[in-house]
Ligand binder design. Sequence first.
Ligand code: FAD
Ligand code: DHB
Length: 395
Amino acid sequence: TRTQVGIVGAGPAGLLLSHILHLNGIESIVLERQGRDDVEAIIKAGVLEQGTVDLMNEIGAGERMMKEGLRHEGIVLRFDGRDERIDLADLTGGKAVKIYAQHDVIKDLIQVRLATGGDIRFNAKDVSVHELEGAQPKIRYREADGTMHEINCDFVAGCDGTQGISRPSVPAGKLEVSERLYPFGWFGILCQAPPSSDELIYSMHERGFVLVSTRSPDVQRMYFQCSPTEKVADWSDDRIWAEFRARLRTRDGWEPKEGKIFGKTVIGMRSMVVEPMRYGKLFLAGDSAHVVPPTGAKGLNLAASDAQILARALTSFYQQRNSDLLDQYSDIALRRIWKATRFSWWMTSMMHSFPGADAFQHKLQVAELDYVTRSRAAATALAENYVGLPIEWPA
Ligand code: FAD
Ligand code: DHB
């Protein structure tokens, strides 16, 4: 088999890349380790930046998102027992975010890709990439029935996330890894209840950070800061709600609306960036090249901007026979990635309780939140990062 671009991974990065390439007349094959039902069921992120929403619409995948997604024009920062609102739309000239679950984005992208003749091979086992330095790289994989396949391509896109094979296939010493571990994780729940708030609440408390998010009028998503080694089994529903109530209480006695909890997960938190995002004919996009802590909701959105940048670079190669943008792919993507890495690190540092922190540290964080929410300049800086910074294309 032969294709122009071989894509490893059917997450947001791989699916978006495949579809944008298709719209530009470039063919690709997507190889996905898991089954379709599995990739459509994983509960992950839920906040789409304005640019990601616009991209979904431009490529014809935004219909259900526009119907079922919730447009949020502001967020609430809760600290010191009070709420301060960041008016995203007012501070950014009308931009906002959309609450729409990642697995719904995945479902919509798979549907539109298959409806337009896309080739997505689910349950592809033992995927491996070869001859990345040569003119014709290869991808090999095994089908469920054991048959081995080889795909010859012009380029390979490594969109296989943090546990993928693409990045580890690059010879040692060719990539520089920058990493930061955080001494806490997030305990996430899904529950059957009406929304507790019209907008997301990012709450800083001495007992730890809490995020009140939502998925729909009757499903709510909430997280609380926990130890990175926290065990789901140690947290009964009652204990979870008591912790949320304690951390979310305001001076006027705010309490979350409780309901049946039907999902509990612990996620670790780290920042990681790999540079450059290219080795020979292999281009890395999304979580295979970088990881951010979830505060600020950048992971999925960075996967989308990487796909957009890589798709334009490949299009310029095939349509104009010009490889300048491909050569600049890593630099263009990394400018945005490092800014999002800074933003998520900053939001994380401002909102969480660090082990061993004293009253001085806590009061500095309160002062920073007070400043960020009261100074229009500081609030604008938060808002423009939250709704998503532009991709900086070369002149
Ligand atoms: P992925 O979505 O990871 O997709 C990679 C795909 O490649 C997967 O389908 C995988 O099965 C496939 N794959 C892997 N290895 C192979 C292989 N060897 N062969 C073939 N296919 C392979 N971000 C936020 O912004 N907010 C959040 O609240 C948030 N919550 C998260 C919760 C969890 C539990 C996790 C894991 C991540 C969360 N993230 C969150 C991060 C966000 O979901 C990711 O940044 C986003 O999924 C990145 O997209 P991607 O396409 O790069 O990678
Ligand atoms: C969600 C996740 C985030 O990381 C965030 O900053 C906001 C919302 C969510 O899953 O809803």
